[in-house]
Write a protein that binds this ligand. Structure first.
Ligand code: TPP
Length: 557
């Protein structure tokens, strides 16, 4: 039997989070959450304090995305929570299990509108519009139950962020507390046999099936690969599902090669994916279609039933992706007759894609240089930038699950560097590279201090083109050359990194980048590599992302 202890509310939250497996916490302290920080003393929890709350949340997201384990962060209420809000939205969009621990005004001030420190009108309600769920813990005694719920909901079903808040006085008050063990994971939905039967029928008759994965399949690489091999179906993904079948496997296909195959696909199996790539990027991004009016028959496997309303498939399999893919593979082993020509068709599509991607310069040359030195299990966190967007094509083959961490549909500029720091904290034994533009990097530049202070051996590659290059190009092409707000005067990144105690190198050419990256990965220290470019030298990656036609039918640029 477990014993009750006299604990402060803050200590009760910490102990409950530890019971749920928290070994690292990212956070920025402040008055309301002092007792929570104080309770971390003497525990074996690693405490990492970044220089801005947005980074605390992004780091928790990077930790979660790279491991599949829940990331935890703590910030003060009100402005602290709002500083973290863009990261929370991003984590919601890309399905990261993240738990936010925060404070509240003193309990007697709740709902009074008196303007107590960090007061928001209704913080939990605000959070509920952004993330999966949020609760207030009204007494230390309730902490264990509600923290357990926050962890369970963050990781269960379609993963995403949750939050708990506790009033200032409650967090400091002592009460008898029983720390319960973590709750069992939310149960998987029962698999609907009729839906599996219908999917088997469609797939058994399919000539050219394709599998497309999202974040919801990252935990199921074996099952997805088994299904792909059983069907001899190419497997692809846009961003969050990359690397589930390695892109150097005969059936692992990056986006441009997938587009080459797409027009002939007769059955698409979406696995834990919103399927943005075919229906929004390859179709009309301005026109919502609830049920695709063209293209292949659609089978969707998703744990979230609401997804089936947002994009209606022919067959809806509401299930965990591992379970559903395994069941389908077992049933199809007997029923499916995979096409003998499929492997050759996939290989040919990959050749077409490689030729198209080779013309996307100089981004592809830089990405190939990085791929040449990053180990298979090394993690890349690209940013919204010219080189980052080029990774959407397949210019950087992703070779293992959880090794390519994407911002997802929020497209949040500035997420990359802090997210990569969190991924490195969770994977000290692996190479982790942040790939960012100068604009996005400066959203979180102060975290160089965090890298130096905590010895986070991340290599950050800053592509310095002195501009928001995408904005600059759009203004030049679409607004008669009237450029506004898209060019920068940047700091000297060498001096900047040096002043933070971070090693720095400047390169220009892809082969120099390759050597510099190799050296910094070997040196295992926080490092910044600046790649100096002139504004506007990068070719537009968009024709290879919004592909209305197969790449083999596109005029070479
Ligand atoms: C939070 C947020 N603000 C603004 C944008 C719009 N935006 C997308 S890309 C981009 C420019 C990025 O510039 P930089 O990081 O320098 O990379 P580059 O494209 O120059 O390689 C901007 C401003 C966004 N996606 N997210």
């Amino acid at each position: 039997m477990q014993l009750q202890q006299q604990l402060t509310g803050g200590a009760a939250i910490v102990e409950a989070a530890r019971a749920n497996g928290m070994t690292t916490i990212f956070g920025v302290p402040g008055a309301q959450i002092y007792p929570l920080f104080d309770a971390l003393h003497g525990t074996d929890v690693e405490v990492i304090v970044p220089r801005h709350e947005q980074a605390a949340a992004y780091m928790a997201m990077g930790y979660a995305k790279s491991t599949g384990r829940t990331g935890v962060f703590t910030v003060v209420p009100g402005p602290g929570v709002l500083n973290a809000a863009a990261a929370l939205c991003t984590a919601m969009g890309n399905c990261s299990p993240v738990v936010c621990l925060t404070g509240q005004v003193p309990s007697s001030f709740l709902g009074r509108g008196r303007g107590h420190l960090h007061e928001l009108a209704d913080q939990a309600a605000t959070l509920r519009t952004l993330i999966k769920n949020a609760w207030r813990i009204d007494s230390p005694t309730d902490a264990s139950r509600l923290v357990n719920r926050a962890f369970r909901e963050a990781a269960g079903g379609r993963p995403g962020p949750t939050a708990v808040e506790m009033c200032w006085d409650t967090m400091a008050a002592r009460a008898p507390v029983l720390i319960e063990p973590a709750e069992a994971a939310l149960p998987e939905p029962a698999v609907d046999d009729a839906a599996i039967d219908a999917a088997v029928r469609l797939l058994a008759a399919a000539k050219r099936p394709m599998i497309m994965c999202g974040a919801g399949a990252q935990h199921a690489p074996r099952e997805v690969q088994l299904l792909a091999e059983t069907l001899q179906a190419p497997e692809t993904a846009f961003r969050s599902g990359r690397g589930i079948v390695p892109e150097d496997h005969a059936l692992g296909v990056a986006p441009v090669a997938a587009r080459e195959l797409w027009d002939d696909v007769d059955v698409l199996v979406g696995v834990g994916s919103r399927l943005e790539m075919p229906y929004m990027r390859w179709g009309d991004p301005m026109r919502y279609e609830r049920k695709p009016s063209r293209g292949p028959k659609l089978i969707r496997i998703d744990i979230d039933p609401a997804e089936m309303q947002r994009l209606e498939p022919d067959v809806a399999v509401i299930a965990d992706s591992a379970t559903a893919c395994r069941l389908l593979a077992e049933r199809l082993r007997r029923a499916a007759v995979p096409s003998r020509e499929r492997a050759a068709e996939v290989a040919s599509a990959k050749r077409v894609a490689d030729a198209a991607i080779d013309r996307l310069q100089p981004q592809t040359a830089f990405l190939r240089a990085i791929r040449a030195v990053l180990p298979r299990d090394g993690i890349l966190v690209p940013e919204l930038s010219q080189v980052g967007f080029a990774t959407y094509t397949g210019a950087f083959p992703v070779l293992a699950p959880r090794t390519y961490i994407s911002e997802g549909f929020q497209g949040t500029l500035g997420f990359g560097f802090p997210t990569a720091l969190g991924a490195k904290v969770a994977n000290r034994d692996k190479a982790v590279v942040s790939l960012t533009g100068d604009g996005g990097f400066m959203f979180g530049v102060q975290e160089l201090a965090t890298a130096a202070q905590y010895g986070i051996d991340l290599v950050t590659i800053v592509f310095n083109n002195h501009s928001f290059a995408n904005v600059l190009r759009d203004q030049q092409l679409q607004f008669g050359g009237r450029t506004i707000g898209s060019r920068f005067q940047n700091p000297d990144f060498m001096k900047l990194a040096d002043s933070f105690g971070v090693a720095a190198r400047r390169v220009k050419e892809p082969h120099e980048l390759q050597r510099a990256l190799e050296a910094e990965l070997a040196a295992a220290r926080p490092a910044l590599i600046e790649v100096e470019l002139d504004a506007g030298v990068e070719q537009s990656p968009w024709p290879l992302i919004h592909m209305r036609k197969r790449p083999s039918e596109m005029a070479p640029r």
